[in-house]
Design a protein around this ligand. Structure first.
Ligand SMILES: Nc1ccn([C@@H]2O[C@H](COP(=O)(O)OP(=O)(O)OP(=O)(O)O)[C@@H](O)[C@H]2O)c(=O)n1
Ligand SMILES: C[C@](O)(CO)[C@H](O)COP(=O)(O)O
Length: 259
C-alpha cells in the first residue's frame, strides 16, 4: 500500500508563529535501520535512559529557540508507530512522514512536507539525540544571518590516513596523510537556506549521485558552506559503544540537574 504523508499530519496545533506560518523548521531523518548498532529495533526507536532516541532528538530541537516546526522522517513501514510514540511523549505538534531507502531520500521526503512559509531548514540526525539546544540555535542564527549553508564541526583528534582499498582482505596501502589542521568532523544539525537545499536535493538526485551529508550536496552546487563550532555531546550513535557514552552523558546531566 502506498502511504501518503497527509495520513500522518500533526495531531496538535503547530507552535504559533504569526500570520506567515513557521519560518524555521527542522527535518529529522529517523528512517535508518541502525545496522552498525547490531540487531534490534530501528535505531531511532532504541532507548536511552528508558526513552527512545528519537524522542531525545526531537526534544533537543524543540528546546531550541529558533525552531518553529519539526518534521520527523520515520522508517517507511513505521510512520503510524512513530506518530503514536510522539503523541505518547507529549509531542503532538511534530509532523511525521515516511522515509526512504537512503538518508538522502529520507531528507528529500521531509523537505517535501514543509509549508511554503519555511525559509530556513535544519537537518538533524535522530542518531544525534544529545545535541545541545545552543548548537541548534547557533546553526539557525548563522543561516538567518545570511549564510546559505552551515555545518557544526569539531577539529579531528586522530591522525587520518588515506588508503587504497583492495577489497581482498590484504592490508590496505596508505596513499597519504592529510594535514589534520585542515580537517573537521562534521555533525548535525546542518542549516540551509531552504531554496539552496531543495535545489541541491533536486539536482544531485537527478544526477544519480549519493552524498553522506546534505552540505556535501550543496558544495557540489558550488555554493559556499561555512563551519560553526560543533559540540562533543552532538556525537552520532553509530556503534554499540556509542550507546554506553550516550547513557553516561545522560547520567551526568541528571546528576548536574539534581544540584
Ligand atoms: N534510509 C535512511 C537511512 C538513514 N536515515 C537517518 O539518517 C541518520 C544518520 O544515519 P546513520 O547514523 O548512518 O543511521 P543508519 O542508516 O540507521 O545506520 P546504519 O548505516 O548503521 O544502518 C539517522 O538518524 C538515520 O535514521 C534515514 O532517515 N533514512
Ligand atoms: C550527516 C552526518 O551525520 C554528518 O556527520 C553523517 O555524514 C551521516 O553519515 P552516515 O553514514 O549516515 O552515518
Amino acid at each position: 500500500m502506498s502511504i501518503d504523508s497527509t495520513d500522518f499530519a500533526p495531531s496538535g496545533d503547530p507552535r504559533p508563529t504569526g500570520d506567515g506560518g513557521p519560518r524555521t523548521a527542522v527535518v529529522i531523518p529517523a528512517a535508518g535501520r541502525g545496522v552498525r548498532l547490531g540487531p534490534g529495533a530501528p535505531k531511532a526507536l532504541r532507548e536511552l535512559a528508558g526513552t527512545p532516541m528519537l524522542v531525545h532528538a526531537v526534544r533537543a530541537t524543540v528546546r531550541a529557540r529558533a525552531v518553529e516546526l519539526v518534521v520527523v522522517v520515520a522508517p517507511s513501514d513505521g510512520a503510524p508507530a512513530v506518530r503514536a510514540l510522539l503523541d505518547e511523549h507529549g509531542l503532538p505538534e511534530v509532523v511525521v512522514v515516511p522515509g526512504g531507502e537512503t538518508r538522502q531520500e529520507s531528507v528529500r521526503l521531509g523537505l517535501a512536507a514543509l509549508p511554503e512559509s519555511v525559509g530556513t531548514v535544519l537537518v538533524h540526525d535522530a542518531a544525534r539525540p544529545l545535541v545541545p539546544d545552543e548548537t541548534v540555535d547557533a546553526v539557525a542564527a548563522a543561516v538567518r544571518a545570511g549564510a546559505p549553508a552551515v555545518v557544526p564541526a569539531l577539529p579531528v583528534t586522530d591522525t587520518v590516513k588515506q588508503v587504497e582499498p583492495r577489497g581482498d582482505g590484504r592490508p590496505e596501502p596508505v596513499t597519504g596523510t592529510p594535514d589534520r589542521a585542515l580537517l573537521r568532523a562534521v555533525q548535525t544539525p546542518q542549516g540551509f537556506d531552504r531554496k539552496v537545499l531543495a535545489e541541491a536535493h533536486a539536482r544531485i538526485a537527478a544526477e544519480g549521485e549519493g552524498a553522506t551529508d546534505d552540505a556535501g550536496m550543496v558544495e557540489r552546487l558550488g555554493v559556499e558552506v561555512v563551519v560553526v563550532p560543533g559540540h562533543e555531546e552532538a556525537f552520532k550513535v553509530t556503534r554499540p559503544l556509542d550507546l554506553v557514552l550516550a547513557e553516561a552523558v545522560l547520567a551526568r546531566r541528571r546528576a548536574n540537574d539534581a544540584f
